[in-house]
Design a protein around this ligand. Structure first.
Ligand code: GLU
Length: 562
């Protein structure tokens, strides 16, 4: 009579190593007490989900703040969903947001670390070694069930209102004799390998999740597939082997994995491998019409990290946003420690939310705006340039044609105590500053500028262009921006009042038609002439940057049409 050992040898004739050999090859890591080994384990399915960036950033921080190791493992066992080259592009996107592994998969030809290979499709020998052992001890077996047999099973369970799946008495092939199994394999019958569960769904398994605390979950009793017909392992089984031999101390992953945790615990226990700790991270949610739902790749552009890259959210803003949703006390800490790096904050599992982290694009904007305002102009120039190089060629060409010019523009009301908060992302910049560039200014339709001014709240009035022309002509003849901003404005006020544009708001409000307009309107005319629109960055600085000649040229090009 054949033994399970014979069966194991028949299935894996080329596996000569044992689990002990693997333990020796991948010894315990030599790390200080409390150091965490975490990982990010993406599947190369083509895009980096915002939720995955969140998970990876936070996982990396836990490892780094504890003096541990953060590594990347490419989970490419689902060949149907794989998109060529996406592993490498994931790594590039992660790097933009500072998620840099200490170890692991870097590209299809490059990895670092002593615990590899870090790409699952290259780890078959490891998986097969463990499966071979499981077969030998009678805890894994070949299953020959056809699609028809499985469909039949499902129907039967439905009719009897039984829990669906492949387990216990419904696990048709779990008690097949070794001789029969050998015979069918020799005959060439197709099969997969299943784990033989000893669990019972009437029983519970106790577990402590780092975020969720003590949990009681229903035991696994399913004979899950561990090796598929393509020779690759399933997630559940690969996770067991990889996190064991790579010595992950805390498995940090999305809460969608919580329901399958009992499978993983049974696998670890069966093999006598020490269970890792687990921290199941909250899913990223969104509020829509008052209801919460998962951020969805199909419905929400912001579900893909590429969205933030394309729009040009600065990494320091976006990372901070992710930290605010990671730990409820981050923001308060940040406000007290503005001079520190966000990475000086110590993340903790017990400050993570349990019921889904709410994604709030407005908050991403406001944090980014706040942080961007405090960048030095020269740093911001570099950031914008490298963003534009990839995402806005037109702007990029303008930037590199004169870097000092854009730096000066970016420096308007920056590098001071209360800087202006105009930009939340790099793509906000060009629409606001494009008028500085002559080709853009020249393409403005000068005949259709809006010369109306405010009469009263919500009501506009036309302005007498003859007066505007006189005012601006005199403005040019007394032009002086070599004084401080206040003096410049006081001079403008004086000039404006000469033309009956009042500085007295109350008087204007009471009797607007007694005046030609208000002082602010005069500044508005200068704006309109220099930029072709009423909203611009501080016009005093705009003039300084454009220079007198250009200021005159632009004003003249407009008033000559009156
Ligand atoms: N490849 C799995 C995923 O993308 C990884 C889950 C885990 O981190 O264990 O969801």
């Amino acid at each position: 009579m054949a033994t399970t050992k014979d069966l194991a040898n028949l299935i894996f004739p080329n596996i000569n190593q044992t689990i002990e050999d693997l333990e020796k090859k991948y010894p315990k890591r030599n790390l200080p007490n409390g150091a965490m080994v975490t990982r990010f384990a993406p599947s190369p399915t083509g895009f980096l989900h915002t939720g995955s960036l969140f998970t990876s950033l936070v996982s990396a921080r836990f490892a780094k703040q504890s003096g541990g190791v953060f590594y990347i493992r490419l989970e490419d066992t689902d060949t149907k969903r794989e998109i060529e080259g996406s592993g490498e592009s994931l790594l590039k996107q992660l790097a933009v947001f500072d998620v840099i592994p200490d170890e692991g998969y870097l590209s299809d030809t490059k990895e670092i670390g002593a615990y590899g290979p870090y790409k699952q499709s290259n780890r078959s020998e490891i998986y097969n070694t463990v499966i071979k052992y499981l077969i030998e001890i009678g805890r894994a077996y070949p299953c020959f069930a056809s699609q028809e047999e499985l469909a039949e099973l499902r129907k039967k369970q439905e009719a009897l209102k039984e829990i669906p799946g492949y387990y216990g008495k419904y696990a048709i092939y779990r008690n097949l004799s070794v001789d029969e199994a050998i015979e069918r394999i020799k005959k060439g019958d197709p099969y997969i390998i299943r784990f033989k569960s000893m669990g019972d769904h009437n029983n519970k398994v106790a577990f402590h999740d780092e975020i969720r605390g003590d949990l009681e979950l229903t035991q696994n009793d399913q004979d899950i597939v561990i090796l598929k017909s393509d020779g690759l392992p399933t997630y559940h089984f690969a996770h067991l082997c990889d996190d064991h031999f790579m010595h992950t101390t805390v498995v940090t992953r999305g809460e969608e994995w919580l329901p399958s945790l009992p499978i993983h615990l049974e696998l670890f226990d069966t093999l006598g491998f020490e269970r890792p700790k687990y921290a199941h991270f909250p899913v990223i949610m969104k509020v829509e019409d008052g209801n919460r739902r998962k951020l969805s790749k199909r419905k929400d552009a912001e579900a893909a990290c590429s969205y933030f890259l394309e729009k040009g959210y600065p990494k320091y803003g976006f990372i901070e946003y992710l930290l605010t949703i990671a730990n409820s006390n981050y923001e308060a800490w940040r406000n007290e420690n503005l001079d520190k790096s966000p990475y000086d904050f110590k993340l903790s599992f017990d400050k993570m939310s349990l019921d889904g982290a709410l994604f709030d694009l407005e908050k991403v904007e406001s944090i980014s705006k706040e942080r961007m305002a405090y960048r030095k102009a020269s740093d911001l120039e570099k950031e914008v340039e490298s963003w534009a190089k990839e995402y806005d060629t037109n702007f990029y060409n303008k930037i590199v044609s004169n870097r000092e010019f854009i730096t000066e523009i970016l420096n308007i009301e920056r590098e001071k105590d209360n800087p202006r908060k105009d930009y939340a992302k790099y793509s906000d910049i060009y629409p606001i500053v494009s008028f500085f560039y002559d080709d853009v200014f020249n393409s403005i339709d000068k005949n259709s500028l809006d010369w109306t001014i405010m009469k009263s709240k919500g009501e506009l009035r036309d302005v007498d262009k003859k007066i505007v022309k006189e005012l601006l002509t005199e403005y040019m003849s007394t032009y002086n921006v070599d004084v401080d901003e206040e003096t410049w404005f006081n001079n403008l006020k004086e000039l404006a009042s000469k033309y009956n544009f009042t500085a007295d708001r109350k008087a204007y409000k009471a009797n607007p038609m007694d005046f030609n307009g208000q002082v602010g309107d005069a500044a508005g005319f200068i704006r309109l002439c220099l930029a072709g629109r009423k909203n611009t960055p501080n016009i005093y600085y705009v003039q300084k940057i454009l220079g007198k000649n250009k200021v005159f040229e632009r004003i003249n090009s407009i008033i000559e049409k009156f």
